[in-house]
Design a protein around this ligand. Structure first.
Ligand code: B4P
Length: 313
């Protein structure tokens, strides 16, 4: 266990026992759909969570939970520009958020510094039993509710089926030699891009060159995923860094990253038949807050829901 991961465990356990965060119990069941073994997480108590109306988030200046972060949820300052804080409303133990210290709008694209810091956290949070999944909900149609720039990280067990999208990517890599990057997975019926990350020895020192390399892979993944929709990188040029709300005119996407790969999915809408999905959904993990929602997911099929919320492949 690294210093960072033991600090996360210690701060999490203290915050939980002091009632500084709300951990919601959930039950996970599996549902196979078009070759992907989806996880459907049922958390009925979450229906009671105070939710930030997403339309309001786009149109008014809401309460900012990250500026300043609750000191009881703060794990550490990371580098000069970031705070690592616990998610106050978690379904998975030790769910953390990497937030910029100063306000930056969540529509601003991730840059080399964000990606490198995220990669460092993924590396430092890994344990023998768990890897980490980072995600970024960008834009009004991505499932985002907070306009302050923040990436999220959840621990994922190192088992087959623990992270369904990782299984799909590993299957692709086994059958494709040498793998192209960025690439698309045949199994996913919607526009997306996957980029492979260089495998760097955790003991070696990494520097700004690696940050630039991560930014380059991120840009190539955005371009490959968005190009057929007629969206280019310049679409993000006019986003105001300090704009207090999310602009509906900025393209939305979901972004997922592990130490091995990044995946980006352009988003067309926020919810389908009342089911809202964030980046975790595109990892193959859906959330249902009521029996009615579970019934809908089973009836429509998780892959169809993901397809309806994204653009055709
Ligand atoms: P956003 O990007 O803005 O939105 P989100 O993750 O979709 O969270 P939302 O709040 O809309 O949650 P939802 O009910 O859909 O991220 C904002 C983050 O800040 C969230 O993690 C939020 O909890 C956190 N936050 C808000 N106020 C805070 C405060 N005062 N201090 C610290 N953190 C604060 O989903 C509920 C939760 O379950 C989310 O964390 C979500 O990421 C997670 N989740 C969704 N699907 C899941 C799945 N299949 N498996 C496991 N977890 C899942």
């Amino acid at each position: 266990m690294t210093n960072l991961s033991s600090r996360v465990s210690a701060v999490f356990n203290k915050a939980l026992s002091n009632g500084d965060l709300i951990f919601t119990e959930s039950i996970v069941r599996h549902l196979e759909d078009r070759g992907m073994k989806f996880q459907i997480r049922f958390a009925p108590a979450l229906a009671k969570k105070p939710s930030l109306n997403k339309e309001k988030a786009a149109s008014a200046r809401p309460f900012n939970p990250f500026l300043p972060p609750d000191p009881n949820l703060l794990i550490a300052e990371v580098g000069q520009h970031y705070n690592l804080v616990l998610n106050k409303f978690c379904l998975v133990r030790e769910h953390v958020l990497l937030c910029t210290k100063a306000f930056v709008n969540q529509n601003i694209l991730l840059d080399g510094s964000d990606l490198f810091t995220l990669w460092k956290c993924l590396t430092d949070l890994e344990t023998e039993d768990t890897m980490s999944l980072a995600f970024y909900n960008a834009g009004v149609n991505s499932g985002a509710s907070q306009p302050h720039k923040h990436c999220q990280i959840i621990p994922v067990e190192r088992n087959l089926s623990a992270l369904p999208i990782d299984d799909a990517i590993q299957d692709y890599l086994k059958s494709s030699h040498p793998p192209q990057s960025p690439f698309q997975l045949n199994i996913l019926p919607f526009r997306h891009g996957v980029g492979l990350l260089p495998q760097i020895d955790t003991g070696s020192s990494v520097d700004g060159t690696f940050a630039n390399e991560l930014a380059h892979i991120f840009h190539s993944v955005i371009e490959s995923a968005f190009e057929p929709i007629g969206v280019t990188l310049s679409s993000w040029d006019d986003v105001e860094r300090e704009a207090p709300t999310l602009s509906p005119s900025t393209p939305s996407f979901n972004f997922l990253m592990t130490r091995k790969w990044m995946l980006l999915v352009p988003r067309r809408s926020d919810s389908y038949e009342g089911i809202s999905i964030n980046s975790v959904g595109y990892g193959g993990m859906l959330l249902s807050k009521s029996a009615e929602e579970i019934e809908k997911v089973e009836r429509i099929g998780p892959m169809n829901i993901l397809k309806e919320l994204a653009f055709p492949a």
